[in-house]
Write a protein that binds this ligand. Structure first.
Ligand code: FES
Length: 75
């Protein structure tokens, strides 16, 4: 599905970009990684949502001691 009509970017392209080892940290970096730049900006919120979803799935695979998962419970 096309999520950015200005740059003709699909949700699959955004997800693939988020799966890279040097994953983008902002929608602006997603555009940059995909070789374009924001035009009207209407898609930024959608791209952010795809990024959040992709990163939350990645956190499901982290070890329990991952610092990004928050404080580690004391045993
Ligand atoms: S729809 Fe993505 S910049 Fe316009």
């Amino acid at each position: 599905m096309i999520v950015c009509s200005c740059n003709v970017l699909s949700d699959a392209q955004v997800r693939e970009t988020c799966a890279r080892s040097d994953a983008p940290r902002s929608p602006g970096q997603v555009y940059q990684c995909l070789g374009c730049s924001p035009q009207c900006g209407r898609c930024a919120r959608t791209i952010r949502g795809i990024m959040d979803e992709a990163l939350s799935k990645a956190c499901d695979t982290c070890p329990a001691a991952c610092p990004a998962a928050g404080p580690v419970a004391a045993d």
